[in-house]
Structures are given as structure tokens and as C-alpha cells.
Design a protein around this ligand. Structure first.
Ligand code: NAD
Ligand code: TYD
Length: 349
């Protein structure tokens, strides 16, 4: 048996990674370390909670003593690090929390892994999951490649950039067996409805205004979360140590076109008249420092590791909308309490 620590496994992407690793590797014991912040939800893993190869540990990666103790009492063969504060708008209102979790939390994990592994890095992997936002904002042309200089512009992306630099520094300084990937915007089931796609699905369903920032012309490159989880699997097992891999869907959409596509899909699924949901679109004050365009060149991971997206955006979106409509209990549970307060503050609703 190998013992793998997955941090942030109760979140959106992490829960898909936990599920994939448990299904694919019966010889792995998966330890999911998560603080269960507003974004973490054990309901995301209900289907695997009784799997004998799965164990959940509630804890905070910012708590150095706790992290050291966890590594002292477990010999982990690998770490897949996803735990983070992940929402740009929250980073604008509370940047410090992002530095604590994303920077201090990452260095605590690096230090604990290094001290637990000693000098024996044989068959060990510390895999850090990051974002394309560290590269900054593109104009109309061009793509982010692995060599694109870092130019983060939000507190969120700055904190992720900082953690990426630390992970790379531990490779060069201590020979830590690290890997990093930088992925574009994910969508799919179990995403907390503060992010664009589930927020819009939720609002369309409840006939609430659809808050589009600025003119809606910012561009994002969308990837189905299960394809991201597949890429993480491939990189964890076959990626080169010390290397970075960009992951993306080659699937660029302006926000307004994407929201209109969602409206159309929802009109169909809910039996509404064509054009009915679009009437809910409301342009609101732009996000401060709103990055214009993200677009990933994912040719390295395709060339070297043979990964590419497995489904089209239309299929993925249809599947995603279907999941949210079928799982209204999940949506109701996660949108109660804290999220209601956040929503009121963010949208003065
Ligand atoms: P998420 O916000 O849905 O989940 C984050 C998880 O981390 C939650 O379960 C939360 O409880 C946990 N967590 C937060 N602070 C913690 C702490 N101090 N200690 C332990 N656990 C803590 O995020 P996500 O969208 O699933 O993103 C996961 C990772 O992937 C992040 O590192 C993010 O930067 C990166 N990423 C996300 C996207 C995207 O589109 N969502 C794209 C590229 C990269
Ligand atoms: P988001 O899902 O927050 O991801 P990120 O900012 O990390 O790319 O936002 C995606 C895009 O949608 C981004 O350009 C901001 C925009 N957006 C809106 O127009 N309205 C909203 O209510 C939200 C949450 C995002």
C-alpha cells in the first residue's frame, strides 16, 4: 500500500481527485486533510466515505504543529496539495487570509514533508496544484506557456504565485521531489456557487439577477473538472520532477457569451420559453483589477504525457447543469449560512 495525502480534498477539485485516485488505485490509502472552510463539504465525498482505503482528517494547514504531527504519525509516500483559499473576490476583501492559507499553509506542508522524508526522496512526490492566474492577464493575442513570466495581479493569484515559487525553491535548494501544474478555470459538479458557472445556474433556477461584471467581455479558458483530475493523475504518476505543466481546455469564452449559453441550456432543461432566462442578465460594477483574458497553451502536457480534454464544452456544460438541477439539496445546503452573508455583501442584494 502507498499512503497519499490529498489536501483540500473536500473542496471542488480535490473531491474529484480523491474519487479518481480511490477508484483507480486500490493499493493507495488516501488521507484527505481539509479544514472544511465554507468551501469544503464532506457531502462532496459521500459516495466514498466508507471506502476502507479512505480516511478524512479535519485540520488546518496553517497550524504548523498540527501539520508536523500529521507527518510524524504517517509515512506519506506522496502529497497532492490542493487546499487553498480560491476565490478572487474574497481575496480582494480579505487578502491576509489568502497569504495565511496559500503561502504559510504551503510552506508548512513543504517543511513537514521534507523533515519526514529526511534525505530519502526515493519514490516520493510533492505535487502542488496551481492556477494560470499567476501568469497575469493576456491581451487579444497569445497564450500562457510554462515559461511565461509570473505577473500576478490579484491577492489570490499573488498568493498562489508565492506558493509556486516556494515549491520550486525547495526543489532547487533541497532537492525536494516536486511537481507543479497551472490550470485554467474549472467547471463541473460540486463547485461552490460563488464561482461564475454555478452562481449563474443557481440564480437562473431561482429567477434571480445574473450579475455580469463590467461589460462581460473578459475571457476565460474553461476545463471540465474531471479532465483536470485526469491531468493531475497523469502528472502525479508520470510528470518529471521539478517540472511545471500547464493544463487547459483550449476553450475560450467571453463571460457574456458563456452566461447566454447557460441561459439557453437552462431554458431548455426547465421548459422555459427561449430567451426568458437572458432577461435576468444584469451588468454590475466591474471587479477591481479584473484580469482581461486567460488562455493556456497545453501542448507540453499533450506532447509529453499524452493528456488532452476528454469531452467537449457543450457535453461538459450539459452534464454540469444537469447535475446542479438534480442536486438542489446540495446547492441549498451549501448556500445557507455563511454564503448568504457573503452574497449580500458582494452583490448588495
Ligand atoms: P475550493 O475553494 O473549492 O476548495 C478548497 C478546499 O481547501 C476546501 O475544501 C477548503 O475547506 C480547503 N481549505 C481551505 N483552507 C484550508 C486550510 N487552511 N487548511 C486545510 N484545508 C483548507 O477550491 P478548488 O476550486 O477546488 O481549488 C483547489 C485548488 O486548485 C486550489 O489550490 C486552487 O488554487 C487550484 N485551482 C483552482 C482552479 C479553479 O478553477 N477552481 C483552477 C486552477 C487551479
Ligand atoms: P470566477 O468564477 O470568479 O473565476 P476567476 O476570477 O478565478 O477567473 O470568475 C470567472 C469570470 O466571471 C471572471 O472574469 C469574473 C466573472 N464573474 C462575473 O462576471 N460575475 C460573477 O458574479 C462572478 C462570480 C464572476
Amino acid at each position: 500500500m502507498k499512503k497519499i495525502l490529498i489536501t483540500g480534498g473536500a473542496g471542488f477539485i480535490g473531491s474529484h481527485v480523491v474519487r479518481l485516485f480511490l477508484a483507480k488505485y486500490p493499493n493507495y490509502e488516501i488521507v484527505n486533510l481539509d479544514k472544511l472552510t465554507y468551501a469544503g463539504n464532506l457531502e462532496n465525498l459521500k459516495d466514498v466515505e466508507n471506502n476502507p482505503n479512505y480516511r478524512f482528517v479535519k485540520g488546518d494547514i496553517v497550524d504548523e504543529g498540527f501539520v508536523n504531527e500529521l507527518f510524524n504519525s504517517n509515512q506519506f509516500d506522496g502529497v497532492v496539495h490542493l487546499a487553498a483559499e480560491s476565490h478572487v473576490d474574497r481575496s480582494i476583501s480579505n487578502p491576509t487570509e489568502f497569504i495565511k492559507t496559500n503561502v504559510m499553509g504551503t510552506i508548512n506542508l513543504l517543511n513537514a514533508a521534507r523533515s519526514s522524508w529526511g534525505d530519502d526522496f526515493d519514490n516520493k512526490v510533492f505535487y502542488h496544484i496551481s492556477t494560470d492566474e499567476v501568469y497575469g492577464s493576456l491581451g487579444k493575442e497569445g497564450f500562457f506557456v510554462e515559461e511565461t513570466p509570473y505577473d500576478p495581479r490579484s491577492p489570490y493569484s499573488s498568493s498562489k504565485a508565492s506558493s509556486d515559487h516556494l515549491v520550486r525553491a525547495y526543489f532547487h535548494t533541497y532537492g525536494m521531489p516536486v511537481k507543479i501544474s497551472n490550470c485554467s478555470n474549472n467547471y463541473g459538479s460540486h463547485q461552490f456557487p460563488e464561482k461564475l458557472i454555478p452562481l449563474m445556474i443557481n440564480n437562473i433556477q431561482h429567477n434571480k439577477p445574473l450579475p455580469v461584471y463590467g461589460e462581460g467581455l473578459n475571457i476565460r479558458d474553461w476545463l471540465w473538472v474531471e479532465d483536470h483530475a485526469r491531468a493531475i493523475d497523469v502528472i502525479y504518476h508520470s510528470g518529471e520532477l521539478g517540472e511545471t505543466y500547464n493544463i487547459g481546455g483550449n476553450n475560450e469564452w467571453t463571460n457574456i457569451d458563456l452566461v447566454k449559453l447557460l441561459c439557453k441550456t437552462m431554458d431548455n432543461k426547465l421548459g422555459r420559453n427561449e430567451g426568458e432566462s437572458e432577461k435576468l442578465i444584469t451588468y454590475v460594477t466591474d471587479r477591481a483589477g479584473h484580469d482581461m483574458r486567460y488562455a493556456i497553451d497545453a501542448s507540453k502536457i499533450k506532447r509529453e504525457l499524452g493528456w488532452e480534454p476528454s469531452i467537449t464544452f457543450e457535453e461538459g456544460l450539459d452534464n454540469t447543469v444537469g447535475w446542479y438541477l438534480k442536486n438542489s439539496d446540495w446547492l441549498n445546503n451549501v448556500t445557507s449560512g455563511d454564503y448568504q452573508n457573503y452574497y449580500k455583501k458582494q452583490y448588495q442584494d
